[in-house]
Every structure is written in C-alpha cells, then in structure tokens.
Design a protein around this ligand. Structure first.
Ligand SMILES: Nc1nc2c(ncn2[C@@H]2O[C@H](COP(=O)(O)OP(=O)(O)OP(=O)(O)O)[C@@H](O)[C@H]2O)c(=O)[nH]1
Length: 389
C-alpha cells in the first residue's frame, strides 16, 4: 500500500536527482565551458524543477500564495527551459520565445481559476503545457538530427535519439488525461495513491533520462565537430588532403562495380604574383572567394578538396569526361568573371582546369589523379584560364 511517506520520499528523490542534474550542468557550463548556453539552460531547467517540487512539498507549510501558483508556473518553466536547451544543442540557436509564450499563457490560465480543494484544472494546465513543450522539443530535435548535414557536420545523426523527449511528453499527456477521467485521482502529488506512485517513479526515471538524453546530444555534437575539424581545411572549409584522398579511394573502390567517376583539378593562375603584389591576406581572400564561386556548380554528391596551396580537386561521381568538361567550363567562366575586390579595386582572377576520367585499367586512384594533374599542367602550358581534358 502506498503511504504519504512513500510519495514524499519519491518527491524528495526527484529533488535530489534534478538538483544533481543542475549541479552537473552548471559544472559543464562554468568549469568545462562545454556548450555554455545550452548547459546553463539545462541547469536552469533542473533548478526550476527542484524549486517547483520543493514548493509542491511545502504546500500547507508555507503560505499558499508562495507554494501553489509559483510552483505550477515553475514546473511549466522547467519544460520550457528543457525545450530551449534542446534547440541550443541541435539547432545552435537558443529558441526561448515559444517556451516563454507558453509559460506566460499557462501562468494566466492558472491564475484564472482560484486554487481550492479541486486542483484538477491547474494539473491539466501544467501537464498540457509541459507536454506541448516537451513534444515540441522532441519534434525539433528529431528534425535537426535527421536532416542531412545535421549540425553542419555533413552527415546524418540518428533521429531516434529524440525519442526520450516523446516519452516524457506522453507521460505528461497521460497525467492531463487522468484529471478528466471520472475515476481520476487527486492531482496533488503528495497524496498517496497508485497513480501518483507510478507517476512519480516514472517521473524519476524520465528526469534521469531527460538529462542523459541532453548530455548524449551534446556529446554527439562535440564528436561531429571534432570529426569536421579533422577533415576540413581551416582556411577554405573544403575537404583537406587526407579526407579528399579517402573520398577518392572510396569512389575508386566503386569503379570495379561499374560506377564511374571523373576528376577536375583546379589551380589558380599567377597566384604567387597576386600574393606578392597584394599580400598574403589578399591571397587567402582569393582562395576563399574561389571556393565560394565554385560551390554553386557542385552537386551534393560531389566531393571538393584542397590538395595544397592554390590547388583544388573536385570528385564527380557517376560522371564521364564530357560531363566533367561541362562543369569545369562553367567554373572557369565564373572564376574569370568574378574579380577579387581588394583595397576597393577589382583584381582579375582566373584558374586552369585539368580533367581525367577513371578507367578500369587504373590500379588505384592516384593514377587518375596523376592524369588530371598532367592535364592541368597542359592547361598551364597553353597559357592558363583553360580547361584541358
Ligand atoms: N595566401 C596564401 N598563399 C598561399 C597559400 N598556400 C600557398 N600559397 C602560395 O601560393 C603560391 C603558389 O605559387 P606557384 O606554385 O608559383 O603558382 P602560381 O603563381 O599560381 O603559378 P601558376 O600556377 O603557374 O599560374 C606560393 O607563393 C605560395 O606561397 C595559402 O594558404 N595562402
């Protein structure tokens, strides 16, 4: 049989868990400086939950004006903060406005009906608002995780990571539904009863799960960021040599299974002269501009890397040399017509292009790369600003 001591112990455990959660998130934000905005918001979500449950437990001990309405508003605020933290981690933008709006509406609705013996209206408002916020956060996280290039990483992350948020939202909906059932128990969580006992046990587990989910999302984001740093050239944000070689080896492995590919080797013309005349900073700007100008000519499946200096290479899967020539010619014309704006003057820029298509006789990708390089060399010999197959 459930006694009042049982439910009070469960409520105290909830305070302990959420309090610990708040402490850990604060440490992550202040000591480890790990996603400080999201971590602080999660600390806030846990702290609001602690305050809300503590006020709930103090009903009848502290003045009603302090424990009822403020406690309920804090409960909704806790879920609003959870939603904001999820957006800060998955979308890198602290979307606090929708949550603040829900808290404000809930606060008004809670104040609309006086707190008396029957607290079902208030329980309904708190549960529905919190469920809406949590499910909203779940949908946001699901979308952000599942979209290609999630978190700017260029690859998909498993959307089901957002599932715990749906679980918590559903539990809150059940709590709201319970208040409309004729058999529904009292919404006062201190009162002993099977439903309250079950609800509090589940809430305990889900509080842990909620914190673990957010911590896991944060870890995932960190891993993706490190992966990105490892494979990107810091100046131009294209693939670095190692990552490009990997992509190339992968494409070459598919050649045996009938999937062709072509390479476009790109090298800026007279880059040393530009560097010497305008300085290294202008050279860097020219390289970044070159990448920005070329990017619209690429498909999502193409891989673009910086091989070194002012030399780049574009890998075009499922493309023959004629297709590569079309792309390269479009790129050449775009580069030629986009001068570098430096010191309020336009400086002409151009690039040379060498092409190669993978052939079944190519032992490995370096043979294809060598042919593209040789073609590029011919393009330079021809006077530059040309495409050479
Ligand atoms: N600003 C800048 N310059 C770089 C970078 N990496 C390499 N360089 C410079 O790029 C220049 C390359 O010069 P070259 O290989 O002679 O090429 P080029 O002057 O373009 O000559 P062609 O390719 O024959 O037209 C050198 O001066 C390098 O110092 C970089 O990241 N930033």
């Amino acid at each position: 049989m459930t006694t009042a001591a049982h439910t009070m112990t469960l409520l105290a455990s909830l305070i302990l868990f959420a309090g610990l959660g708040a402490f850990v998130w604060l440490a992550l934000a202040w000591v480890a400086r790990l996603a400080p905005r999201a971590s602080l918001t999660m600390a806030g979500a846990n702290a609001a939950l602690v305050a809300s449950v503590a006020l709930h437990m103090s009903r009848g001990v502290l003045p009603d004006a302090l424990t009822f309405w403020p406690g309920d508003v804090l409960a909704v605020a806790s879920f609003a903060l959870l939603g904001a933290a999820v957006s800060a981690i998955t979308a890198r933008h602290l979307a606090w406005k929708p949550g603040a709006l829900v808290v404000a509406v809930a606060a008004v609705l809670l104040a609309a009906v006086p707190y008396g013996d029957d607290l079902r209206w208030q329980a309904r408002v708190v549960s529905l608002a919190s469920a809406g916020l949590t499910l909203g956060a779940g949908v946001g996280a699901w979308r952000a995780l599942g979209s290609s290039g999630s978190w700017g990483s260029g690859r998909r992350t498993p959307a089901p990571l957002a599932l715990p948020l749906f679980l918590i939202g559903t539990l809150l909906l059940v709590r709201a539904a319970e208040t409309v059932l004729p058999s529904g128990g009292t919404p006062d969580l201190r009162v002993p009863g099977e439903f309250n006992r079950l609800f509090l046990w589940t809430a305990l587990v889900l509080t842990l799960l909620q914190n673990a989910t957010l911590a896991f999302l944060l870890l995932m984001r960190l891993i993706l960021r490190i992966e990105r740093l490892l494979e990107r050239d810091p100046l131009t944000d294209t693939l670095n040599r190692r990552a490009f070689d990997q992509a190339l080896a992968h494409a070459h492995a598919w050649l045996a299974r009938g999937r062709r590919y072509a390479l476009v080797m790109i090298d800026m013309d007279h880059f040393k002269q530009l560097n010497d005349t305008l300085g290294h900073a202008a050279g860097d700007a020219a390289l970044r501009q070159l990448v920005a100008v070329l990017q619209p000519c690429m498909r999502e499946v193409d891989r673009f890397g910086r091989l070194g200096g002012e030399e780049f290479c574009l890998l075009l899967p499922d493309t023959d040399i004629a297709g590569a020539a079309l792309v390269a010619e479009r790129m050449r014309a775009l580069v030629e017509h986009t001068p570098l704006r430096w010191l309020e003057q336009d400086w002409p820029v151009s690039a040379s292009f060498g092409l190669a298509e993978a052939e079944h006789g190519d032992a490995d990708a370096s043979a294809v790369l060598a042919r593209a390089d040789a073609a590029l060399y011919r393009a330079k010999r021809q006077g530059r600003n040309v495409v050479q197959p």
